[in-house]
Design a protein around this ligand. Structure first.
Ligand code: NAP
Length: 483
């Protein structure tokens, strides 16, 4: 299968925060990979901007080192010099007045203009204002903003209002890199381009859904930042909410940014408020390997959760009666992100199965390897009578799509190219973000008003015991966390 690389239009991309971690680890290596893939046009310009004083040459060497360090194992590094010729740099303090005139002089008329705000959200307003005041951005420009988009509804509204002073909603690209994953988009293809699943995709046939985002790392060097955030803000309000929406939403009338985002918004608005018994918070503590959240966060009294499990109900015709169980945490047994749709068991078995008929499961794997598994019951091969066995129909994209499967663009690459193409489908709209905060705010407020501590769990485990009970009490169990 030959993949189709469609070059994007000529563009100037300015990366504010170009000397930072995200630019080094994701944005620059991602752009390089798209360059190697032939998607970056010959005259494209990528301009780094940050306070560090340096010239184009020094920035190119910085970018070279970052690409070398963070490119994928199989990446072709032979075109780095050519790629670096597209890079420039302007020293700018987002809060100062120097550098903006130079930036303006470098931006070419008549091409796509995109401004990536890879800086702390506190600087978004300053940058937006100066881009507008200096006549660098106009009504055709696009801006890309990173998470965290607010820390509650009030701050998200402020941030939306700040950006709205200078840019229209159709110019704002709020990145959630989970939406850039191949499998996440495939979820929409599987649901809406096949007849197979959609008739079963409702409370009549789906017993429950599990969404797991498990990490093996602790809060490490981000301890102070994380301690002001916690798992609900860091993972649930954004990434997990987006996954939930794509599983639960109604078919949009067309694969069009606003049609898709309208349907996602309806799901968020249909989420029932959580009961206290439907939430489990955990913290890795006093683990045999020495890991301890309180030490990592340098806060012995911290009540911030490094793990959370939720039972979520969606109050609409399609889903009433089918719970969605969400869990995410740090220092867990394995690094994995997956969605498991468990169908109901057949109502009656004609076979002599000692443990009764078993359910089919559709496992959608996002990390570490993207792909899907559908478990089905078949007859165990051999002469031993009619014994049944559950087997996966495995659809690993790398296997199914040959070389193209292993060469899938990273989420950031795809999303940056979507910005240049002007396609907002995989970006969060302002009202979606606000609705997600409106749902999570009471959960956070209720917790902060109380005095309970998160349940402790050992590093390397599957999370706190209490989270197991969240499912046991419904006669269900979590799928094992495994790589
Ligand atoms: P970082 O490593 O701290 O980098 C911040 C960047 O901002 C640096 O290039 C810094 O360069 C620049 N900067 C700081 N103050 C500035 C100012 N006044 N004017 C102009 N530039 C300024 O942060 P990061 O990890 O790259 O994160 C950037 C954004 O992405 C944040 O919003 C973060 O939450 C978000 N994000 C990051 C990741 C990640 O994996 N790193 C993941 C998701 C979201 P100078 O010091 O040279 O000015």
């Amino acid at each position: 299968m030959v993949s189709r690389i469609i070059p994007v239009d000529e563009f100037d991309l300015v990366i504010f925060g170009a000397t930072g971690d995200l630019a080094h680890r994701k944005i620059l290596p991602g752009l390089y990979r798209r360059y190697v893939a032939g998607q970056i046009p010959a005259s494209a310009q990528i301009i780094g901007a940050a306070r560090t004083k340096q010239d184009d040459k020094a920035f190119r060497e910085e970018a070279r080192a970052a690409i070398r360090e963070f490119a994928g194992k199989g990446d072709d590094l032979s075109q780095i010099d050519d790629f670096l010729n597209h890079l420039g740099y302007v020293a700018i303090d987002a809060r100062g007045s120097d550098g903006w005139a130079e930036l303006k002089s470098r931006i070419r008329p008549g091409v796509v203009h995109a401004f990536y705000f890879s800086v702390a959200p506190a600087l978004f307003g300053d940058i937006a204002q100066r881009l507008a005041e200096n006549g660098i951005a106009d009504q055709h420009s696009r801006i890309v903003v990173e998470k965290p988009f607010g820390r509650d509804l009030a701050t998200a509204r402020d941030l939306n209002a700040t950006l709205a002073r200078h840019f229209a909603e159709n110019q704002i690209y709020r990145i959630d890199h989970y939406l850039g994953k191949e499998t996440v988009q495939n979820l929409m293809a599987v649901r809406f381009a096949n007849m197979l699943f959609e008739p079963l995709w409702n409370a009549q046939y789906v017993d429950h859904v599990q969404i797991t985002v498990a990490e093996t790392v602790g809060v490490g060097g981000r301890g102070e930042y994380y301690d002001h955030s916690g798992a609900i803000r860091d993972m649930v309000q954004n990434h997990m909410m987006q996954l939930l929406c794509l599983i639960a939403m109604e078919p949009p009338y067309h694969f069009d940014p606003d049609a898709v985002r309208d349907e996602k918004l309806k799901v968020i608005r249909a989420l029932e408020p959580l009961e206290p018994g439907d939430i489990v918070r955990g913290q890795y503590r006093g683990s045999p390997d020495g890991s301890d959240y309180l030490k990592d966060a340098e806060n012995p009294d911290s009540r911030t959760e490094s793990y959370v499990a939720l039972k979520v109900n969606i109050a609409n015709w399609r889903w009433t009666g089918t719970p969605f169980y969400l869990r995410t945490g740090k220092k867990l047994r394995a690094r994995t992100s997956e969605i498991v749709v468990t169908f109901k068991a057949p109502p009656h078995s004609i076979f002599d199965e000692s443990d009764g008929p078993r359910s089919n499961q559709l496992v959608i794997k996002l990390q570490p390897n993207e792909g899907m598994d559908l478990t089905v019951m078949i007859k165990e091969p051999g002469p031993g009578g009619m014994r049944l066995v559950q087997v996966p129909l495995d659809m690993s994209f790398a296997d199914a799509l040959g070389a193209n499967g292993t060469d899938m663009p990273d989420a950031y690459e795809r999303l940056i190219m979507d910005v240049i193409r002007g396609n907002q489908t995989l970006f969060m709209r302002g009202d979606e973000v606000e609705a997600a905060w409106a749902w999570t705010d009471p959960i956070i407020a209720e917790w902060e008003a109380g005095s309970k501590r998160p349940e402790p769990y050992d590093a390397g485990s599957s999370g706190p015991e209490e989270a197991l009970r969240l499912l046991h009490r419904d006669n269900r169990r979590w799928r094992e966390i495994r790589p």
